[in-house]
Every structure is written in C-alpha cells, then in structure tokens.
Design a protein around this ligand. Structure first.
Ligand code: SAH
Ligand code: SF4
Length: 429
C-alpha cells in the first residue's frame, strides 16, 4: 500500500512540475513514506531523517507521509527538528500544497485532513515500480480492530473504490502493456462498494468475488490480490479463480496464531477450525494454488502450549511462504494495555523455531515444482547474464530462468529444473 501511495505521489508531483530523482544527494526535497505497523519500522524514520539532515540542519526540505505521519502528527516536529512538513495517509493528494507552503518558509506545515472527493487514483507509467506489474488499490483502511494492530487508527475506516473505476484502471493498464495487476487493500475480500456500479452483470456470492470476475473479464493477462481476511474469505473466491485462467494461483491468508485462545484475545473473528475449512477448499482446488500467511509470535500471554498450536498449524498448512513477526506493542491499541510479558529472548526463540518449520515447508513446496512447467512473467534481466531472466509464477514464486531470446514483459513457459532456498531455476521451453 505504501509503494502504491508513493507511486501516486510521484505522479502528482510530476504533474505539478516537480522533477523526481532517485539521487538523494541532489534532491531539494526528500519525502519519506512511513510504516507504523511494527515498532522497528517506526524507529527507522528518525534514523533516516538524521542521515538526511544531520543535527536537524540543512537547506533541503524533509517531509514525512504515511502512517507515522498520520499517528504522530504535530509531535514529529518536536521529536525531530529536521522535519519540515507532515502529510497524513488521506492527504496524499495535497502533498504539492504542503511542499509549497513549507518552501515559502511557513515552517512546520501539517495536513492530516481527509481525502478530497475527486481524488485521482491514476499512476503515470513512469512512476510505477515496474512497467509490467501494477498495484490497483480497491479498498483502503480497516474496520477490524484486531487488538494488536495500529492500522485502523493510521488508515481510518474501510472505504471501497467503485468497481467501475477499478475496471477502468485495469483496462487502461492493459492498453499500456501492463501484464499483471495486484488488487490491493488491508482486507481485499471485505470489498463493499456503496453501490455495485459496474458489477451488475457479474455473478458472485460476495461483492469481492463479483469484482474478481469483472476484472478477469477485462482480459488482462494476470490478476493477483492481497491481503485476504480469513473471516471474510468466501469459497466463491476459489470458484472465481477456477473459472478464470487470468486469476492467479495465490492466496495470502494471515492466520496470526495457532491458538484459539489467542485468536480470541487478538479479536481476529476466526478459529483454527474455521480457518482450516477455508484452506481445505484452497488446497483441494483443481488449480495448484499457493497459500501464504502472516504470524505473530509473543503476543501478550502466549504460553508454550499456545505456541505449540502455532507450530502444529504451520506444519499442517504447509504454507508456501510465511511472514513471521515478533509482537511489538503499538501505543493506543487494546493489546498495548496488556503486559508485554513474553521476553524478547523467548520471542526470538519462537521466531527461529517457527522459521525452521517454515523452511521445511518452503523446501517441500519448491522441490514439488521441479520438473513442472509454469507460466512466468519475465520482469527483469538477470544482472549477471543478459539471457537470464527473473520473474514470478502465477502462484507468486520467484523463478530465474534461461530466456532463450525472451525479453522482460514476456510471459514464458518455463520448465523448472532446480530449487534453492527461496528461488526456482529453470529454462524457457
Ligand atoms: N490486514 C491484514 C494484515 C495487515 S498488517 C490481516 O489482517 O491479515 C501486516 C501484518 O503485520 C499482520 O498480518 C501481522 O502479522 C503484523 N502485525 C500487525 N501488528 C503487529 C504488531 N503489533 N506486532 C507484530 N506484528 C504485527
Ligand atoms: Fe490490522 Fe486486523 Fe485490520 Fe489486518 S484486519 S489491518 S491485522 S486490524
């Protein structure tokens, strides 16, 4: 979501006459986009401002956008003298105005107000992180209030974009040569536009599965979506995938814990049992769908027994990838009022134990792919060898392969010949 916001801000600033540079040394303005989902991410901000403006001094303007900006607001100016302007998560359409005010010597400029009704979600081709892959936000914010999480506070309530606008964007992207779109949101499957404009012709048990079918009908080559919220994951999503070749074979379904007691404490709205039923549908699909997850270790009160549950679940689900996080209290969330009683040492041990189990899952998942042929979107040439390309399968696995004349942007049939750590190797057939 942050990469996507940065892309839109780049587009906006270029259209307002600014010039974007990747050379930090030559920049007159440095804009830092920030994440506050974990404590570590937040600490990085202060380190970076210190590097850009040692001692808070220097000519250039430093601005902060993103979740830390939204949450900390005014206090950022006290915490770091190097910061000149602060732009909240829903004020990204007015960054240029904040810059102009800060540049005119107004000092401590801040905009934490809401999004304008006519906010333009378009990203210019040159501002995208890839010429072939594009992020398309479909829902922002979060209403779930999991007890550990800051996102509902930093990103506000869920707001779905109109389906007709999403479909229009995907059609435009397809015309400009984009091969893969990622429909993004904190919880994409909670998608609920006020009126289903643009979805009337599509069947589906939920607005999200209708949207998937509508986006599939645009004919864009590949569609991925992330993140799915377990409680709202309807089996019809798998039906939609099975019906449409361009809906990719990948579901990211963060489970967080393998203990029902902790899932209740986290207020996740799902149990181990209900979660397992959903992944059974995914795993029994006629398509080879990869399943990935997020897990938190060391939530307040997590016992060895709770943790054993998580280990069992990770073994059971055979995740193709898992992002494991050590719990960190986020000020203002309900969990932050609980004692953070799992020591850092124990959090680290549990993290490493889980990582070992997950490494085995990854090894198994990748070695199962050896000998098979997959469609791979060639995203870039290998740095070492021009004829070697690198890209993703539709199940979102990374493949390095001998291109035999293919170029970035091609979707290639690739036979997998080898698997190492997190990567598959192969050749175009
Ligand atoms: N909406 C998604 C998650 C978005 S946040 C979902 O509910 O599945 C991304 C991940 O950060 C979460 O899945 C969680 O694993 C992790 N996370 C969030 N808050 C955290 C905290 N306080 N400490 C550690 N990890 C956290
Ligand atoms: Fe955070 Fe829960 Fe919302 Fe995910 S669903 S963003 S974990 S509050």
């Amino acid at each position: 979501m942050n990469v996507s916001d940065s892309e839109r801000v780049s587009t906006l600033l270029e259209s307002e006459g600014f010039e974007i540079t990747s050379d930090e040394g030559s920049a007159d303005i440095v804009l830092l986009n920030t994440c506050s989902v974990r404590e570590k991410a937040e600490h990085k901000l202060y380190t970076r401002v210190g590097q850009i403006k040692p001692g808070g001094k220097g000519e250039r303007l430093v601005g902060v956008m993103g979740c830390v900006a939204q949450l900390e607001g005014e206090t950022l100016f006290e915490k770091d003298r190097g910061i000149d302007f602060v732009v909240g998560t829903r004020a990204v359409g007015r960054v240029h105005e904040a810059i102009r005010l800060a540049g005119s010597g107004k000092g401590n400029v801040i905009d934490l107000k809401g999004r304008e009704d006519d906010y333009d979600w378009t990203v210019a081709d040159k501002s995208r992180h890839s010429p072939f892959v594009a992020f398309v936000p479909i829902i922002e914010g979060c209403n779930k209030f999991c007890t550990y999480c800051i996102v509902p506070f930093s990103r506000g309530r869920e707001k779905s974009l109109p389906a007709s606008e999403i479909v229009r964007q995907v059609l435009d992207l397809r015309r400009t040569g984009v091969k893969e779109v990622h429909l993004i949101g904190q919880n994409v499957n909670s998608y609920r536009p006020g009126t289903d404009t643009g979805l009337e012709d599509f069947r589906g048990a939920t607005p999200f599965s209708r949207l998937l079918r509508a986006v599939a009908a645009t004919g864009i080559e590949r569609i991925k979506f992330t993140t799915s919220f377990p409680r709202d994951f309807h089996p019809d999503i798998v039906d939609a995938i099975e019906e449409n070749d361009n809906l990719c074979n990948w579901v990211h379904l963060p489970v967080q814990s393998g203990s029902d007691r902790l899932l209740r404490e986290m207020r996740r709205g799902h149990t181990i049992d209900s979660y397992k039923k959903k992944i059974d549908r995914i795993r029994s699909s006629s398509r080879e769908i990869s399943l990935t997850t997020d897990i938190i270790v060391g939530f307040p009160g997590e016992t060895e027994e709770d943790f054993r549950g998580t280990k069992e679940l990770v073994r059971h689900c055979r995740y193709d990838a898992a992002y494991i996080f050590k719990y960190s209290p986020r000020p203002g969330t309900p969990a932050a009022a609980l004692e953070d009683d799992v020591t850092d040492q124990t959090k680290t041990r549990r993290f490493l134990e889980l990582e070992e189990i997950q490494k085995e899952n990854v090894r198994r998942s990748l070695s199962n792919s050896v000998g098979k042929v997959y469609d791979v979107l060639a995203e870039k040439a290998s740095e070492r060898d021009d004829d070697h390309l690198s890209g993703h399968t539709t199940c979102h696995k990374v493949v390095n392969f001998a291109g035999n004349g293919a170029v970035p942007g091609d979707i290639c049939r690739v036979k997998i010949t080898d698997a190492k750590s997190n990567t598959l190797f192969g050749e175009r057939v």
